[in-house]
Design a protein around this ligand. Structure first.
Ligand code: BG6
Length: 508
């Protein structure tokens, strides 16, 4: 049965995340025919805006109208007065779809901490719901200092009492450390129950991350290989080419470990390293992630390298350093790069270094998992270079899964070469529709699929892993290693890997 009567309230509608990600995600659901039968989208923020102003702000981030878009079944209904043979329905153009989408979008101005503003918001919502049984989704696209005020006021004044569901979506930062995370959780739990809270981690919504369980648990070949007896190391690498670009206000207070490693990369780590769950229910998957997180040893500051990018002139263009950014404190020692080695103390992974690396202003944009296998025992090809096998799971850009194997060079030769068993998504004959991570997850919230969301316990355990080392770094005032804009990051990250007997294997 198709979901009906949903009000989506986007709090922080005038902000960056809302216009770049949330509205385009909602439009994508509209385009794919995945929206509820009827919905109203209410943007809520402090700025004085009209519905039209909001539309103007959001439009530049929507798909570009470049002629007819035939991707969906939405079409112009035939005129009720038309006579004669039925004309074939004309598909809507992208412009028409956007127009139709925006007809359901409205804006309400209000503060985040005033009770009467939420009472007014509730009245507005009721106006569009017209007394029907309806469901409400509150998306908190807000700065962390107003999370709790907003959640508590929504809980008190804006929940539907019509018999439909209420759901609240919150996104990192989930606190800045264990204590602030616990405070946030306690506050949230006062207003919403555990099935109403959706903690989103948009990396989990990325298509190839969604494929990790399938790759591991719907294939027989990987199971026996996925073990310390065959695997030399696991690497999870996230590199961005952009610097902080004016987002320093938020970033400078958090840094790369809190912004990406403690949450996004740990989620990927869990999916790569957890044991097979008993079933695919959210509870069973969660139980395995928790078991894994509990098995990760405390990290020492020696297992971390942090860096900060410096200005660099590349081909005549000057790229500013982190400290040159106007939104960043001149003396900041916040890390824009972090590399670390984790150890998992269980039967599958004991002794296998798990390397993670994340950085801004680096030489390439990539997010990938690399499983490096051990050298061939008793190698017969001593005259040749035999590279160990490697499974690469490239999440972005250019989604792919490929396996590096040794092959004989065809022809009158005995020489060997490294070849790829390559599944690159875009090379497939059938065109593949890869949804945006936010759209995928928004769809899950609407249908109540809790599978792809992060539990309170997972986050708490993840904080327990990183909290001591972060505290230590802060106490010692640890200064990050400088690295040039556009480089591979500080060379100390290579020494870190070498200390664990391995090498970073990302494409160079
Ligand atoms: C966000 C981080 O969660 O993820 C940003 O706060 C980062 O610093 C971003 O740039 C990367 O996401 P994506 O999906 O664009 O790779």
């Amino acid at each position: 049965r198709k979901l009906d009567n949903v009000t989506v309230v986007v709090l922080g509608a005038s902000g960056d995340l809302a216009k770049r990600k949330i509205y385009p995600a909602l439009f994508s659901l509209y385009q794919e025919g995945l929206k509820p039968k009827t919905w109203t989208i209410i943007g809520y923020a402090r700025s004085e805006l009209s519905d039209e102003d909001l539309k103007k702000r959001v439009t530049p981030f929507m798909p570009k109208p470049d002629g007819r878009d035939r991707s969906s079944s939405n079409s112009v209904p035939p005129s009720p007065n038309s006579t004669g043979p039925k004309k074939k329905e004309e598909p809507l153009t992208l412009e028409q779809k956007l127009e139709k989408f925006f007809e359901d979008c409205h804006y309400v101005q209000g503060s985040y901490d005033e009770q009467q503003d939420y009472e007014r918001l509730n009245k507005e919502i009721e106006k569009y719901e017209e007394g029907k049984k309806s469901n409400r989704l509150f998306y908190l696209s807000l700065p962390p200092n107003v999370f709790l005020d907003a959640a508590n006021n929504l809980g008190e004044f804006c929940k539907t009492k019509s018999g439909g569901w209420n759901r609240i979506v919150i996104e990192k930062p989930f606190g800045r450390d264990l204590a602030s995370f616990q405070e946030l959780s306690e506050g949230l739990n006062k207003s919403f129950n555990s099935h109403e809270i959706y903690r989103i981690d948009h990396f989990v919504g990325k298509e190839v991350v969604q494929n990790l369980n399938v790759l591991r648990f719907a294939n027989v070949i990987f199971d026996p290989l996925w073990h310390r007896s065959n695997i030399k190391c696991v690497q999870i690498i996230f590199k961005e080419q952009l610097g902080v670009e004016g987002r320093g206000g938020y970033f400078d207070h958090y840094g790369m470990i809190r912004d990406v490693v403690q949450n996004h990369l740990m989620q990927i780590l869990c999916l790569v390293c957890m044991e097979p769950p008993v079933s695919l229910s959210p509870e069973d998957i969660n139980a395995e992630k928790i078991k894994l997180l509990k098995a990760i040893s405390k990290i020492d500051k020696e297992d971390f390298v942090i860096g900060q990018y410096r200005a660099k002139n590349i081909s005549g263009k000057e790229y500013p350093g982190y400290l040159d950014d106007e939104t960043v404190d001149n003396n900041s020692i916040t890390e824009t790069f972090a590399a670390c080695v984790l150890k998992i103390k269980n039967r599958r992974w004991d002794g296998v270094p798990i390397l993670m690396k994340a950085g801004k202003a680096l030489d390439e944009k990539v997010l990938e998992v690399r499983i490096q296998f051990k050298d061939v025992p008793g190698n017969l090809y001593t005259e040749h270079k035999v590279s160990p096998n490697e499974l690469v799971i490239r999440i972005q850009p250019d989604e792919a899964i490929y396996f590096k194997i040794m092959n004989k060079i065809p022809g009158y030769t005995d020489r060997l070469t490294e070849s790829l068993l390559d599944f690159t998504y875009k090379d497939q004959k059938k065109s593949i529709n890869i949804p945006e991570a936010y759209a995928r997850l928004m769809c899950d919230v609407l249908i109540g699929n809790e599978n792809n969301f992060i539990s309170e316990e997972e986050l708490s355990l993840s904080w327990k892993i990183f909290d001591p080392v972060l505290e230590q770094m802060e106490k010692l005032h640890m200064t990050p290693e400088p690295y040039a804009f556009g480089s591979r990051g500080p060379v100390e990250a290579d020494y870190l890997a070498a200390r664990h007997g391995v090498k970073w294997s990302e494409t160079e």
